[in-house]
Design a binder for this molecule. Structure first.
Ligand code: NAI
Length: 343
């Protein structure tokens, strides 16, 4: 699609917590230099939302996304083992963002070269429904803990169909269904059963196999080249997507898209990185690659390709890299080098 004189596209922009504002500033500058047709509606969420508005997911933010149906989101901090529920998870539920698309592709050759794996993660169910509670034993009200997962047939079918349709659209050859149906025979078994049913409709067009999650994790390290696409439930997809990010150099190079029928939200797969927040050294590439996915989503694939190419050249030819990639560049220095490449 042409990028000239394109009508402005409103996008809800959530800088997020920790390194979020630093990498978001980079993304906004780069997208402006690229001539991307976005206009931003800045909103709060996560810890920033909680501190300023008393809610990690303020109503204004929800209203903005309802309006724009498109969001670019920084990472949101969530307290461990107490406090409010993850605003990211709530947002996925609120907007029915059922498919999480997480591609991992080698840009900077490292331990492995030429990795190209796309993971599709079911985004609404499984153990993330977080139906959990403590159990009293004797005098101790928190002597034990219990959690239940939920997988519905309808959602398993929807995510499987999404994965197979994605494979056809993007010329991918094989899908590996990841499960733990040997132990979680009901919860994980239902997912496997429905995914296999959907797979039958794509016979001859997309190859299919299945793996138990633990074996899959090991195989990803031993021989990642056997995998093309992974289809996972929520928790396994969360874990394995960080693992495949590790195969291509880490969380600094790992984009993601949360897709629904009406709304799409783009975010890096990493968190708010409190250990490096405020130091100006975070790698903005994951968020920039997520922005490229957003450009693809709105039909601006030429701009998306230009952005991806410029990122690649900045990292490989110019060798401007942040610390997580064993470089010395700050977030700002990387951003300047990338904008010069776009020039
Ligand atoms: P994390 O992804 O924030 O950090 C893990 C490690 O990777 C840290 O050493 C960090 O410095 C490094 N790292 C991550 N992104 C980086 C980047 N762009 N550049 C350079 N280094 C980077 O995971 P962690 O520490 O487990 O979580 C921190 C917070 O983030 C928690 O509150 C968690 O709930 C939240 N989180 C939010 C997510 C979201 O909003 N989608 C996703 C994952 C975690």
């Amino acid at each position: 699609m042409s990028t000239q004189n394109a009508a402005p596209i409103p996008v809800t922009l959530i800088p997020g917590d920790g390194i979020g504002p630093e990498i978001m500033e980079s993304a906004v500058e780069v997208l402006a230099a690229l001539g991307a047709p976005f206009v931003w509606d800045r909103q709060l969420a996560g810890l920033a939302g909680y501190e300023e508005k008393g809610d990690p997911l303020p109503e204004e933010t929800l209203a903005s996304i309802r309006r724009t149906r498109l969001a670019l989101k920084g990472p949101l901090s969530t307290p461990l083992a107490k406090g409010y529920r993850s605003a990211t998870v709530r947002m996925r539920e609120e907007f029915d963002l059922f498919a999480n698309v997480r591609p991992a592709r080698t840009i900077v050759p490292g331990r492995y070269e030429d990795i190209d794996i796309v993971l599709i993660r079911e985004n609404l169910e499984g153990f993330y429904v977080a139906h959990e509670h403590y159990i009293r034993i004797g005098d101790d009200p928190r002597a034990a803990a219990m959690s239940g997962g939920v997988n519905t047939r309808a959602e398993c079918r929807r995510i499987a169909r999404y994965a197979f349709e994605y494979a056809l659209r993007n010329n991918r050859k094989k899908i590996t269904i990841v499960h733990k149906a040997n132990v979680l025979k009901v919860l994980s078994g239902l997912f496997l059963e429905e995914a296999r049913n959907v797979a039958r409709q794509y016979e001859g067009r997309v190859q299919v196999e299945d793996r138990i999650v633990d074996a899959c994790a090991m195989q990803l390290v031993l021989n990642p080249y056997q995998f093309d696409m992974l289809l996972c439930t929520n928790l396994f997809g969360d874990i394995l997507s960080d693992q495949i990010a590790g195969l291509v150099g880490g969380l600094g190079l790992a984009p993601g898209a949360n897709m629904g029928e009406d709304v799409a939200m783009f975010e890096a797969i990493h968190g708010s990185a409190p250990d490096i927040a405020g130091k100006g050294i975070a790698n903005p590439v994951s968020l920039l690659l997520s922005s490229a996915m957003m450009l693809d989503h709105v039909g601006e694939s030429q701009l998306a390709d230009r952005l991806r190419k410029a990122i690649e050249l900045t990292l490989t030819v110019d060798q401007v890299r942040t610390m997580d990639l064993r470089g010395k560049a700050t977030t700002r220095e990387f951003t300047r080098a990338l904008i010069a490449r776009l020039g």
